[in-house]
Design a protein around this ligand. Structure first.
Ligand code: HAM
Length: 429
């Protein structure tokens, strides 16, 4: 027999997580808020496989994600396959495929797990779950307004206050106008500056300015000043009155009318993917302890068109579970853990059968029950329930079997009520 040289690792694969029940509880909570708020806006749930042909990501996702961050392999039939790093190309493919049968505007959401080969760090892992909420078929600003207000409502759905986060908005058309028309940069330089702006918040100021100067030359100071300004009104009139400028103004006005005021105009928001065409936005945590982007999205009017079909405008966002957890922790908004099981049935010697049949009876009436299957002391059975945070226990002994009455104990406040079998459900519910 071959000798086992290295012990098998107990750790999950680098950058992925195991979800023990308490973590899964938080995960389910996050998903349930996502689903509830999306459905309240009329969004329908869809899904797809985690595997896609690699080609799908090549044309529009952007070089960094395709070349450096995907998990790709060749299957046994020689096809190039990628484990999805994002959902947008998939949903665009699905819309393109059935565009003739679908009723527009489409409002869709999904919570896929996505895989990116990244250096794991706070807020970044190799596998995360991401709410994708997208609307297709509306090219007016109403769609941008709705999608951003959906994002805002989701934050509120988690109990966040307006001061806990802000929504940083820009517009690719506006940035393109600024770079190409106002600063007269050519196509190549404009693309390079876009990629640089995407790193603006991550790089030290001096490093960013140096890199900017390398691309644009002596106008870099003036350009930098404009990019730093968070005041839309202070922009040059020509820039402000460009198509993108007007769109941003309209978006701000309409969101303000809906009572959404935690908005910031921010040129540094361009987003990494190449497919965005108009509005782009990112939601930031305002707490100094977690001052980072929580999620983001934007408008992508040309993505469906890459499949060789007529264009269908799209807009949406992706909101990750990892950053959401950090946000909930930072703002003390984590839900208290509650297991799905409500009652733990303990038993004295010789009464396990009676305990089991009581369990079956209660389950049929719709409560989640677990029965202790050991022969340990009753005090240890109760302790096990308490450790698992199960709210109620009862003990089945000969007396209870005889009388059909049970003392149901609330483990939180140690109160105890004796009730007949038929009344247990009422008490617990
Ligand atoms: P993204 O900015 O790459 O956009 O990701 C959106 C969000 O997903 C991030 O802000 C973050 O919350 C989360 N996220 C992304 N990568 C990771 C990671 N490695 N670890 C943990 N969380 C992560 C997109 O993916 C676009 N496809 C979103 C979109 C939908 N745009 C329009 N519709």
């Amino acid at each position: 027999m071959s000798e086992i040289k290295n012990k098998l690792s107990l750790e999950p694969y680098k950058g992925t997580r195991d979800f023990y029940p308490k973590e899964q509880f938080v995960q389910n909570y996050i998903f349930s808020v996502w689903k509830k708020v999306c459905e309240s806006y009329g969004y329908l749930e869809y899904n797809a496989s985690i595997l896609e042909e690699t080609e799908l990501y090549k044309s529009k996702s952007g070089e960094e994600i395709v070349n450096e961050q995907t998990y790709s392999f060749t299957d046994r039939g020689g096809r190039n396959v990628t484990i999805r790093p994002e959902m947008t190309p998939t949903v665009a493919r699905m819309v393109a495929q059935k565009r003739k049968e679908l009723t527009f505007p489409l409002r869709w959401f999904s919570v896929p797990n996505l895989f990116r080969y990244e250096r794991p760090q706070r807020g970044r892992l190799r596998e995360h779950w991401q709410l994708n909420a997208d609307m297709f078929g509306v090219d007016g600003m109403e769609a941008d307004v709705e999608v951003i207000s959906l994002a805002h409502s989701i934050m509120k759905g988690f109990g966040a206050k307006d001061s806990d986060f802000n929504i940083r908005i820009s517009n690719r058309k506006l940035t393109t106008f600024l770079l190409k028309e106002f600063f007269r940069l050519d196509e190549d330089k404009t693309y390079k500056v876009f990629k640089l702006i995407d790193k603006m918040k991550k790089l030290p100021e001096s490093e960013f300015k140096e890199a900017l100067e390398k691309v644009v030359g002596e106008i870099f100071e003036e350009l930098y000043k404009t990019l730093k300004s968070e005041n839309l009104e202070s922009l040059n009139q020509e820039v402000l009155n460009s198509e993108g400028g007007k769109q941003v103004k309209e978006l701000f006005e309409k969101l303000n009318k809906l009572g959404i005021n935690n908005l910031v105009f921010d040129f540094s928001i361009v987003r990494g993917f190449d497919y965005y065409t108009g509005t782009v936005f990112e939601v930031y945590d305002t707490s100094p302890e977690n001052n980072r982007a929580l999620f983001g999205g934007g408008r992508y009017d040309d993505l469906v068109g890459i499949f060789g079909v007529e264009k269908v405008p799209g807009i949406g966002f992706g909101m990750g579970d990892v950053t959401m957890r950090d946000f909930l922790e930072t703002h003390a908004l984590m839900p208290e853990y509650k297991p799905a099981v409500k009652l733990y049935i303990c038993h004295l010697e010789g009464c396990l059968d009676a305990a089991s049949s009581l369990g079956s009876y209660l389950r049929e009436l719709g409560i989640n029950v677990s029965v202790d299957l050991t022969n340990r002391k009753v005090s240890l059975q109760v302790k096990a329930a308490d450790r698992e945070k199960i709210p109620y226990v009862l003990v089945v002994g000969e007396e209870e079997v005889k009388t059909g009455k049970f003392k149901v104990k609330n483990l939180k406040d140690s109160s105890e009520i004796e009730v007949e079998k038929e009344k247990i459900v009422e008490l617990i519910k």
